[in-house]
Ligand binder design. Structure first.
Ligand SMILES: Cc1ncc(COP(=O)(O)O)c(C=O)c1O
Length: 410
């Protein structure tokens, strides 16, 4: 009866089941995984949001496939502020960045086509691609060089096949927090153009460089077709508004052909709501203080983590250039899933094991830096304490009773 796009077994893995049980029992947990700004006291304040939704035009409906011109002008101005001159005609609005992916995969791919997805990266890419009837093909987007993750051009080139239709890259990547350098973007775009594929460049975290890090100059590469993605969930910390956008650039003829077809798809769904578009128009020009509060939270929590996992610590933070996440490398004989389960059950701290994101190694966990500062400090203290205790006892990586490895079903 059901589509094969869905996994026939949707039962949650052990980690998720343990989490569900603790939550059902109202156990107080310190959540170091949230990417939800309102739940972390961030994003536009209620009054500001309410005000943004009072424009008389919320009562009207103008079904524009690309989205309201006035909102697209506000998005174009956002890119102009990033030194990327943009015309409203280059912008398409959608109900979220995730929805934009669905529309783009329909634009570029047929059922059975392959989409190259970076690994490690945002875990939902597999589902976003599979639900469109396509096959996600992971490529190791970054390799460790001087402790940093970088684009592995050879691996990317080797991942193309005759069925590849698009490549996804994320800058800064979630969760490795590394920006794509201009030369890397140029190389990816050249490879895409050579293979007749589109480059989908996800920049949802672009506005959040780490303290003291100057993010790379962004450029519009001429070759092929590049679609930049972003949206309100990160740009103003308001995922509840459900508004994302696509910005198309590249060779004029390809951009024109893509826009024509994307307009057809967008017209079928008309997914962006009028109130969300009007709120975007009001709030994008006022994003500065909202982003400043988010950045302040990221900086404060990064400092706390650096103190907890500094010199002498058994675990080590990976370098981060931006974004909302921090990757912690565990001692060599540790195991991410095992530690995450112990932290959850014994310490009531929720962390994401690295395998959720497709890290090849099993010794990484991911922490969200937008966590409220006092919770973050306490959570990190418990994580550090648990890692030290396990390292001292030499039991890192041992299976505690009742916790089998459950990587496939997590
Ligand atoms: C890299 C990346 N892209 C896209 C999204 C989804 O964004 P949206 O809320 O606009 O669908 C997320 C959400 O965390 C993300 O991390």
């Amino acid at each position: 009866m059901f589509s094969s796009r869905l996994d026939p077994d949707l039962t949650p893995g052990r980690f998720q089941r343990a989490l569900d049980e603790l939550r059902a029992a109202d156990t107080p947990l310190i959540d170091l995984t949230s990417g939800n700004p309102p739940a972390c006291g961030l994003g536009p304040e209620a009054g500001v949001l309410a005000q943004a939704l009072t424009a008389p035009a919320v009562a009207e409906y103008h079904p524009e496939p690309r989205g309201l011109l006035s909102t697209r002008q506000a998005v174009a101005a956002y890119y102009a502020d990033r030194a990327l001159p943009t015309l409203p005609e280059q912008i398409f609005l959608s109900a979220s960045t995730s929805q934009a992916y669905a529309e783009l995969i329909k634009l570029f791919a047929d059922p059975g086509s392959e989409i190259l997805v970076p690994q490690p990266s945002y875990p939902l890419f597999d589902m976003l691609v599979t639900l469109e009837g396509c096959r996600p093909v992971p490529f190791p987007s970054m390799r460790v060089a001087d402790g940093r993750w970088r684009l592995d051009e050879a691996a990317l080139e080797g991942a193309f096949s005759a069925r590849t239709r698009a490549v996804i890259l994320v800058s800064p990547n979630n969760p490795t927090g590394i920006y794509l350098a201009p030369a890397e973007q140029a190389a990816a775009q050249r490879l895409c153009a050579e293979h007749g594929c589109a480059l989908i460049l996800d920049e949802v975290f672009f506005d959040y460089p780490a303290e003291g890090f100057a993010y790379p100059r962004t450029v519009d590469e001429g070759a092929g077709l590049c679609v930049r993605l972003s949206g309100l969930s990160k740009v103003i910390g308001a995922p509840q508004l459900k508004l994302g956008w696509m910005r198309l650039s590249g060779e004029q003829a390809r951009v024109h052909a893509a826009c024509e077809r994307l307009e057809f798809i967008a017209d079928t769904y008309l997914s962006a709501s009028t109130p969300a578009q009007l709120a975007a128009e009001a709030l994008l020009p006022r994003r500065s203080p909202i982003q400043a509060r988010i950045r302040e939270r990221l900086h404060v929590n990064q400092h706390v983590a650096e103190q907890s996992f500094g010199r002498g610590s058994a675990a080590r933070l990976l370098p981060r250039e931006g974004g909302w996440y921090l990757v912690l490398r565990l001692p060599e004989d540790e195991d991410d899933e095992d530690l995450a389960c112990r932290l959850l059950i014994d310490d009531h701290v929720v962390v994401q094991p690295g395998f959720f994101f497709g890290f090849p190694e099993g010794e990484l966990v991911v922490l969200s830096l937008i966590t409220p500062a006092d919770e973050f400090a306490e959570g990190v203290r418990r994580v550090a304490r648990r890692i030290t205790a396990r390292a001292d006892a030499g039991d890192g990586g041992l299976q505690p009773p009742g916790i089998a490895r459950d990587r496939q079903s997590a």
